[in-house]
Ligand binder design. Sequence first.
Ligand SMILES: O=C(O)CCC(=O)C(=O)O
Ligand SMILES: [Fe+2]
Length: 613
Amino acid sequence: MEGEIRNFMTVSLTNLKLLLLAFDKGPLSSHSVPPLNFIRFMAVACFPIKIQQNSTKNNNGYSASRFLLILAVVVPIYMYKENLHQNVMLSLYCIYVYIILDLYLDMVRHLVQFLIGVELAPQFNKPHLSTSLQDFWGRRWNVMVSDILRWAAYNPVRSISSRLIGENLAKYPAILATFFLSGLMHELQFYYYGREKPRWDVTCFFLLHGLCVDVEIALKGNFNAKGERQRRWWLQPLPRLVAAPLVVVFACGGDSFMAVYPGAVTVFDKPTGMDLGVRRYARNDILRDVCCLIAPPIYSFLYKLFEVEHADQLQLIHIQVDPSDTPSDHIGDLEDTNTSQLSNKWDVEPSSSHSNEINQEPNTLRRRRNTTAQSDEEEEWIRYSQIDRKKEFCHLERIDGRVQNVLQGLELHTSVFNDEEQKKIVEYVYSIQRTGQNGQLRERTYSEPRKWMRGKGRVTIQLGCCHNYAVDRNGNPPGIVREEEVDPLPLLFKQMIKRMVRWHVLPPTCIPNSCVVNIYDEGDCIPPHIDHHDFLRPICTVSFLTECNILLGSNLKVTDLCLFYGANIAKHCVPAVPAKRISITFRKMDDSKLPYKFSPDPELMVMPTVYSP
Ligand SMILES: O=C(O)CCC(=O)C(=O)O
Ligand SMILES: [Fe+2]
C-alpha cells in the first residue's frame, strides 16, 4: 500500500509543485527558505513534505505510538462489522483512513528529515481540536496540501477577483476555487486507484465544504458586525471540548462526507484486502442531496453557536500621548540626504544640525537645561512625575469557558513625550514616508494601501523586521517573514525606546528591536487582530496627532469598514479614525524568529539605565 500511496502523492502533488515552479511560486520556487540545494529540491518535489519555516520545539504531530494504540483498538472492531450499524463502520473507516495517512506521512517526514537534514513540518495539526471548518481545512488538516492549494488556487483567484469584485468579496470565489481544485485532485487520485469513471461526488463534497467555509466567514463577519448579538448567552462560544467534536463530526462524519467514501473504499479496500462491508455510495442518495442543501446554513449556525475563541493573554501597553498640533509641512533638515537606507538618512549625531531634543540622553538635556537655572535632576524629575499611568483596566469575558480579564496587562501612559518632541517624531515619520514614496526604502519597509482600499487600509512602515498580519501575496504565513529585509530602527526611535525604559514605561527585560509605523488618513482603520506571537509581550504603541478609539477584547464589535478575512480571533482594532493619526508600535521579536539577516543593534543590547527618583 505504501507504494500505492507514494504514487498517489507523486501523481498529483509533484505535478502541481512543478507547475507552480514554472511561475516561480510554491515550495520549489527561488524564494524557498532555506534555499534548496539539489538534494532538497528533489526531496521537496518528490515527497509529500513541507520544510518547517521556523524551527520549532513544539511538534504538533501525534506520536506514532498513540496512533498505533488507536489503530489497535479500531481494527479489531472491524471483525464485528456485521453487528455494527453502517454509519458506525463509516466513522471507524474515517478514523482508519486518517490514522494511516498520518502515520504514513509522518514516516516519510522523519525519513526525509534524516536524509536531507532539514526540519520538516508535521502534516496534521490536531484536527480533532478544530473549532471551525476554516480552522479544520486551513490550519489543521494536511497542511502541506493546503499550502500548495493556497498558492495554486487561492492566491491567484483572490488577486483576480479583487480586481473584479473588490477586496472584501474576493476571498469567497478564491475559497470555492481552492476547494474545487482539491476536489479535482482527489477525483484524479481515486481514478488512479480505481480506474473507474469519475462520479464527481468527491468534487461535490469539496465544493460543499468550500461553500460552508464561505458561509462561515460571511457569517462571522456579519455576526461580528452586530456586536450586540454577541452578548446573548446562546451566541456565546462553548468550550473547545464541545465545539471541536461538532466541527470534526461535520467535517468527517456528516452524511455529505460519505461522498468521499466511494473513493476511499476503492483506494483502501483493494490494497489492504479488507472487506469493510461499507455500502457503495449511491449516486442518487436523496438524503445526501438534502443534506448538501441544508448543511451550509446549519453548519454556519452551529459554527457561531459553538465557536471557540482562543484565550490568548493580551498584553499591550498603549502609550497615548497628548495630541500635538497639526503636523507642520516643514520637511526638516533630513530631507536632502540622498541615500537609500534609512539608517544612513536618519541616524544623525546628536550634535549635528539634524539633532533634536529627544535624540539626547538625559545628560545632554541636563547641559541645556542648566542654562535655564533648573537643575537637570529637577527637570527630569518633573517630566517623570508628569507621566500619568493607568493600569487597572478590566473587561471580563468568557473565554474557553472561563471568565477572564481580556485587558490583563494593558497600560496607558500619557505625557511621556512633550509637544515639541511629538512634533519632531511626527516630522520624522513624514520624512520616512516621503523617502518610501520616492522608492528609496527597502521593498517591504514601506507600503501603501491599494487604491481600492482607501478608507480601509493605512500606510505602514516596518522597521527591524518585516511581518505579515495575514498570508501575503507570496504565500508567506502571518508572522515575521524571516527571509525579508527591511530598514533598521533609526536612532530617533531607539532613543524613544530608551526614554520609555528609563521612565518605567517599558520593562528593561523586553526591549523592542522592531516597530511598525501606521499612518492613518481620516477614515482609515486597522482591522481586528492579535499581534503575532513571533513578538514577545508587552507590545507598546505610541500614538500621535489625533485621539481615537481603540477597541480591545476577544469579541470585538466591528464596523463594515473593518471586516477582515481570517479574523476569527479579534483582540484589538482601530475603527475608522476621525482625522489623520500616526502610531508607532514597538515590538521585541522572539529570538528564534529573527529575520535571517538581522543583526542585533549594540545600542539596544546594553541595558538602558532605569530612572530612580
Ligand atoms: O495604530 C494603533 O494604535 C494600533 C496598531 C496595531 O495594533 C498594530 O500595528 O499591530
Ligand atoms: Fe496590533
